[in-house]
Structure formats: structure tokens, C-alpha cells
Design a protein around this ligand. Structure first.
Ligand SMILES: [Zn+2]
Ligand SMILES: [Zn+2]
Length: 718
């Protein structure tokens, strides 16, 4: 949905973005800072008022001519390799190039060297705030204060090292994932090249009858297909890869991703008859840099609710962009592979032009707990349960599944995996070596009854209450092998995705009615989110310290809250845009602004046949569901242009059966009157007659029922 207010604000602020007022604290006599671009007019963020008791400083009078921009002959920075040796020796800049000035500009600790200074008014008092023993501010202290301010400015705003006069430009267009949770897809592009970032699916709302999944509208991709070099995949969640096969039926490009993401896309390709398209796969190694068109891209390991998730560092002609993709900061992940904070910090210290970050949990204060806490909960339940344990979670959350399996083995239970996607994902992750558990611990569904109840763990799908999933069928006695018993304990280790609360509640009703115990949100650590809370979002903002910020992956309220968090972490409010799907922003070292809106939207998919459902079909279904239908059948004689025989009117979804007779009679009477009054020319044209009937019935139904049903007149010329 287009947000016009936002657009106008953005346009109005366009000139302000990136411009700053001069820093009043800077001493003009200092040696130019080697890290600062002399052409940049940007300076520090507004500071909190300082609390100190020193007398206020006199405004300094500076009659010197304005400083010339520094002639900088340093070679352009090379950023090809991930690990560039940085020197910090006296006389060198931080890229290891000799300083132009022969005087050392930093002392042996790497701090700016002392400089000559106008004498300070040490000990003096220039009015107000008089004390008996005023603090003496020596010249040296003043120099040190200045030096520390300068050092802090460099440290906190490393993006100022980016040449703000650089001509590089990059455009970013989200085509899904903003204004919604799910369906993530975006495009990065320059004049000559582009790549697609994730190709995810989302779920329909309850008004989209008969629609199983939604995929993003690919129209814009068709218009720029000549310059698209690749599809970049951040991780294997459905909201990031689910629409890849649908895109491949229209357009094919090389796909870059980590092994698990590509393995899961491969499974999809097999289902969609695209087996040979695995030839488009490019397996990436984290911490290596891939040159894709005008971009250089590095995948950085990230913790999330799926294995092998990554944040991306994207070097563009305008500057470096960090896209976190989906993340949480898990210091104790199950596989011990913590998030690659070092690379984020590395890029952050080099100067990042723009950060795009996950907004899903931006309303949650504090930290999201580690995945590991769920294992402890499982442990105590496995210990205390005499019957079978049935654990249901998202089939992609392999660490969750793995934790349950590990506990099962510890407590001498066999593992039975039930549900198509769960079976497939466990098989895939075992094949790739992510889940290393011996075959002897696994049993098939038909073998479950051979084991005592306290020796069985069933891992299954259906944590969202899906009626087709295994857990729902077990709870309603429809599963071929497993029926729930009162001694069973069901663990729903998930949260309902917005929109699924109702179906999950129905599932719980079925389970509890059968006398089975179910744990869902009653135990605090039954589930943890895969997305960062506010404190983790702040950590990301502080590590990356971007000039511009685009909150992504969320509805408007999520990104708006994330923007506030960013401002609290030092990002200038004017350097943030709240985007909607289809908005295109241009990012340059100087500005971030919205430039246009491109076509975006959703295509409806019927999962039974993996085919598209056209928009008008879904609209008709909505009308039928909300307002019902009226059918009018009439026979018109060709010879005398009059109605022959009786009209037939039928209606559904408008009036109850007992009231329908009068309603139908009234419509019939109305239509008969209408037809009798029509001119002979109109009676020759059956389309015209149908229109007249439709208008007449519509008026009557609106008047009597205040509804807008589907009206279908059918005319037979006899
Ligand atoms: Zn996601
Ligand atoms: Zn995800």
C-alpha cells in the first residue's frame, strides 16, 4: 500500500538528508583529521547537554580565511579482501598510507598528538556559576578534551570516511516483506546491474478463499531482467525462498546461497518439475566476497531460528550496505556458531552507508532468549512424562527439532518423525551433516505401538493448527498410525503466526477434549523467537553505525518502532525512511530519498496444483462469501421481442429459505415490469437486457438488504 504522507515527507526532507550543521566543539587550528573527508560537510550528531561545572567558554573569534579542502592523493581504498591489515603507526593513516604531514599526528598510543593551541582561559571565570575554588582547566586538559571529542566523533561516525562527493548510486526496492510479515523480496540495482534479494512467499488472509499461498508480483523484475545478475538468498525460511520455483517458471537467474538454503530450494524444484534448474546454484562460503555485477557481496554467519542463516555485506558503488536479513543475537547457539559480530564490527569501523535490519520483534524490549533455554524445558518434561511425548514445531527449526531428539535419546526414547515437511527437512539436514544422530534411534510411524509409551518421542508438523497437518489428524482420530491418548503430553513449541491464532486454538480444543495434556504458552521457555528484540537491534545498530537506516521485515508499526530505536542509537531521524512494498529509494553517499513507486502486489497460488488463481476469481469468491448471489433466467422471443414464459429467480446467501419466497417474488415482479417497459431495440440485444436486469436487481437488493450480491442474469433468445 502506498503511503502518501510518508512520500511527501520524504520528498520534503530530501534536501535536508545528510546535511549537518558545523560542529561548535571543533577547534579550527587542529591538524586536519586524516580520517575525515575534507569535502564532507557532515559533522557529529547533536549531543546530550554536558554536565560539568566549568565556566562557559567565550565564543572564539576566528578571522582566519576558510580552510582549503585538503588535496588528497591517496589511492582509492581497496576493499576486495575481507581481511586487510590495518596499521595504526605514527605517521601512517589507518589504511597504512604515510601521512602527508611530516609531524606525527598520533602519539605512540595511536591517539592524536598534542597540538599547539591558543592559551585557554584557565582558572578564569567569565561570569555566572561562581565558586570559591573554580576547577582549573589547564591548556593540556583542554587539548585532551578536544582530542577525545575528536576521537569519539571518528569512532561513533565512521561513515564520515565515505566520500560524500562520490558519484556512486544504488537503488533499493522492496517488492515484498514491508507492510506485512512474510513474502520477502527486494531488488538492489545500479545503472547496469541488479540482483534480487530473497524470493519469499506469504500466507493469505481469511478473505482470500481457496488461496493457499501468496507469491510476490514479479512484474518489476520483468522490466529490468536484462540487468539482473543473480538471486541472493539469506536463509532457508519459506518467507525468503518459498516463491523461488514460481519465479523460475517466469525468469531464471543464477542463485547464490549457503548449502542448506540451496538444498531446500532443490527440494522445491523437485516438487515443481524444475529438477534441472539446480544448474543455476552457486554455493557460497561465508567470509568470502563474491563479485556480482557492480556489487561485492559477503555472507556473514548469523543466528536465527534456522541453521545457516546469514547477514549480508554488500559493497556498492555508493558505499557499503549491510542487510541483516532475519536475525537474533544468540551467544549460546546449539551448534556453538555464534553470530559473526566481528565482521559486522569490521564493516562498521570502515564506514557503512546504509543498514537494513529485521524489524519483526521491534516492540519487544530486552533480548530474545537463546535457543538453548528450550532444551532445558524439554529436559524436565521428558524426565517427568510417563506417556509419549509429541513435540510439534516449525519444520525448518532444525535446532529445536534436534534439541528434542537429543533429549529423547538421553531419556531412552525412540524418535519418530511424522509429517511431510518435517520428514523432508530432517532427512535433508541429516544428509548435510547438520543433525548427527545415529539411525538406530529412529523408528517409523507404524512401529510406534511396538514400544512402551515412555520410550517414544514423536516429532511432528502442525504447530499452527493446520487441519491437514499430522498433529491435527492425530488429535481428531484421522491419523493412520497415531491417535492421541490421555497419557500423552503434547508440546507445541512455537507461536501462532498472526492470523493462525484461531486454528491453533481449535487444535488445542481437540487435544484437550480427548484428555491429553498440552503445553503451549503456559511454560515460559517452551518456545523462543528467532528475531532480535530491542536490545539486539541496538547492538546491531551500534556495531554497524550506519549513516542511513532502512528498517525492513515488518508491518508499518514494526518498522516505525525500529526507526525510534535507531534514533536512540544515534542515527539521524532524517536519515531513515519508512518504506512500503514497491517504494524505490536511491542511496548515494550524500542522500537517501524515495525516487518512485513500482508495481508490487501478490499472486494467488492454489497448492493443490501449484497454479495461479486469477485476481477476478478471488474477488468473485469474496463477493459470494460476503454478499451472496442472485440468478435471474429469462426467455425472450426473437420474433416479438417479449418475455416468454415465467422468469426464474434463485438466490443464495442473502435471505433464509423461509423468507426467500417473498424476496424472489418481489424481484420477479420488478424484473417483469422492467422487461415490459424496455424498448424493442434493447430487447434485440441480450447483453443490454442483462445489464438492465442487473441494475434493477442491484437497486432492489441494496434498498431491502443493504448488500451487494453477485447478480447473474441469463437470457435465452427463443
Ligand atoms: Zn523472515
Ligand atoms: Zn527467517
Amino acid at each position: 500500500m502506498e503511503n502518501n504522507n510518508n512520500e511527501n515527507n520524504n520528498e520534503n526532507q530530501e534536501n535536508k538528508r545528510g546535511e549537518r550543521t558545523p560542529n561548535p566543539h571543533r577547534n579550527p587550528n587542529r591538524t586536519p583529521n586524516p580520517h575525515r573527508n575534507p569535502n564532507s560537510n557532515a559533522t557529529t550528531e547533536p549531543r546530550e547537554p554536558r554536565v560539568d561545572n566549568r565556566p562557559p567558554r567565550e565564543p572564539r573569534v576566528d578571522n582566519r580565511p576558510p580552510r582549503e579542502p585538503r588535496d588528497d592523493n591517496r589511492p582509492p581504498r581497496e576493499n576486495k579482501r575481507p581481511f586487510v591489515e590495518r596499521t595504526n603507526k605514527p605517521g601512517m593513516d589507518r589504511n597504512g598510507f604515510p601521512e602527508k604531514s611530516s609531524k606525527p599526528t598520533s602519539d605512540r598510543n595511536g591517539f592524536p598528538a598534542k597540538k599547539s593551541f591558543p592559551p585557554s582561559k584557565s582558572g578564569g571565570s567569565s561570569g555566572g556559576n561562581r565558586r570559591k575554588n573554580p576547577t582549573t582547566v589547564s591548556e593540556e586538559m583542554n587539548i585532551s578534551l578536544m582530542a577525545n571529542r575528536e576521537a569519539n566523533d571518528i569512532r561513533m561516525n565512521p561513515w564520515k570516511a565515505i566520500d560524500s562527493n562520490g558519484a556512486g548510486k544504488v537503488r533499493f526496492t522492496p517488492l515484498g516483506g514491508l507492510g506485512e510479515i512474510g513474502g520477502n523480496m527486494a531488488v538492489f540495482e545500479t545503472e547496469d546491474s541488479a540482483f534480487i534479494f530473497d524470493v519469499g512467499m506469504s500466507f493469505p488472509d481469511e478473505t482470500m478463499h481457496g488461496v493457499d499461498i501468496l507469491v510476490p508480483d514479479f512484474s518489476y523484475l520483468h522490466t529490468i531482467k536484462h540487468k539482473i545478475k543473480a538471486i541472493i538468498i539469506s536463509h532457508a525460511h519459506e518467507d525468503h525462498i518459498g516463491a523461488v520455483p514460481y519465479l523460475f517458471k517466469e525468469l531464471k537467474f543464477p542463485i547464490y546461497g549457503t548449502p542448506l538454503a540451496l538444498a531446500m530450494i532443490q527440494n522445491k524444484f523437485e516438487e515443481h518439475g524444475l529438477k534441472n534448474d539446480v544448474s543455476y546454484f552457486n554455493f557460497v562460503t561465508k567470509r568470502e566476497i563474491y563479485e556480482i555485477g557492480d556489487f561485492k557481496i559477503e555472507w556473514m554467519h548469523m543466528t536465527h531460528s534456522i541453521i545457516d542463516a546469514c547477514s549480508l555485506a554488500i559493497q556498492t558503488p555508493a558505499g557499503t550496505i549491510i542487510h541483516t536479513a532475519d536475525f537474533k543475537i544468540d551467544y549460546t547457539p546449539i551448534d556453538d556458531l555464534g553470530p559473526d559480530l566481528h565482521r559486522l564490527a569490521y564493516y562498521g569501523s570502515q564506514g557503512v552507508l546504509c543498514l537494513m535490519s529485521d524489524s519483526t520483534n521491534s516492540h519487544n524490549p530486552g533480548f530474545t532468549k537463546s535457543e538453548r533455554v528450550v532444551g532445558k524445558t524439554f529436559d524436565s518434561i521428558f524426565q517427568n512424562t510417563k506417556g509419549r511425548v509429541i513435540m510439534s514445531t516449525f519444520s525448518s527449526n532444525i535446532h529445536r527439532v534436534y534439541q528434542a531428539m537429543e533429549r529423547a535419546i538421553k531419556h531412552n526414547r525412540k524418535i519418530c518423525v511424522i509429517g511431510r515437511s518435517m520428514e523432508r527437512n530432517v532427512e535433508t539436514t541429516r544428509a548435510l551433516g547438520y543433525v548427527d544422530l545415529a539411525e538406530k534411534h529412529f523408528i517409523e510411524a507404524h512401529e510406534v505401538n511396538k514400544y512402551p509409551d515412555n520410550e517414544v518421542l514423536i516429532v511432528t508438523t502442525g504447530s499452527q493448527g493446520e487441519t491437514m497437518a499430522a498433529l491435527f489428524r492425530m488429535a481428531t482420530d484421522e491419523h493412520r498410525h497415531i491417535k492421541l491418548k490421555p497419557s500423552d503430553v503434547v508440546l507445541i513449541s512455537a507461536r501462532a503466526i498472526p492470523g493462525n491464532e484461531g486454528s491453533l486454538s481449535k487444535l488445542m480444543n481437540h487435544i484437550i477434549k480427548g484428555g491429553t495434556t498440552v503445553h503451549y504458552s503456559d511454560l515460559p521457555d517452551m518456545h523462543v523467537s528467532g528475531h532480535a528484540g530491542q536490545e539486539e537491534q541496538k547492538l546491531m545498530l551500534r556495531l554497524v553505525q550506519p549513516k542511513f537506516f532502512l528498517p525492513v521485515h515488518g508491518e508499518y508499526n514494526h518498522i516505525a518502532q525500529h526507526a525510534k530505536t535507531a534514533v536512540s542509537c544515534g542515527v539521524d531521524e532524517r536519515n531513515i525512511i519508512l518504506m512500503s512494498d514497491g517504494d524505490q529509494v536511491e542511496i548515494t553517499p550524500k542522500y537517501l530519498k524515495k525516487v518512485k513507486t513500482v508495481k508490487s502486489g501478490k499472486t494467488y497460488i492454489d497448492n493443490q496444483n501449484n497454479m495461479t488463481i486469477e485476481n477476478d476469481i478471488v474477488l468473485d469468491r469474496q463477493k459470494l462469501a460476503e454478499d451472496g448471489i442472485v440468478n435471474v433466467v429469462a426467455q425472450v422471443s426473437q420474433s416479438n421481442q417479449a418475455v416468454v414464459g415465467k422468469l426464474v429467480v434463485t438466490t443464495h446467501g442473502l435471505v433464509s429459505d423461509k423468507d426467500s419466497k417473498k424476496f424472489i417474488n418481489d424481484i420477479e415482479a420488478d424484473v417483469e415490469l422492467l422487461l415490459a417497459s424496455l424498448k424493442p431495440e434493447t430487447m434485440k440485444d441480450h447483453k443490454a437486457i442483462e445489464n438492465e436486469i442487473r441494475n434493477s436487481v442491484r437497486k432492489y437488493v441494496i434498498k431491502t438488504k443493504k448488500r451487494y450480491p453477485l447478480i447473474i442474469p441469463t437470457i435465452f433468445i427463443v
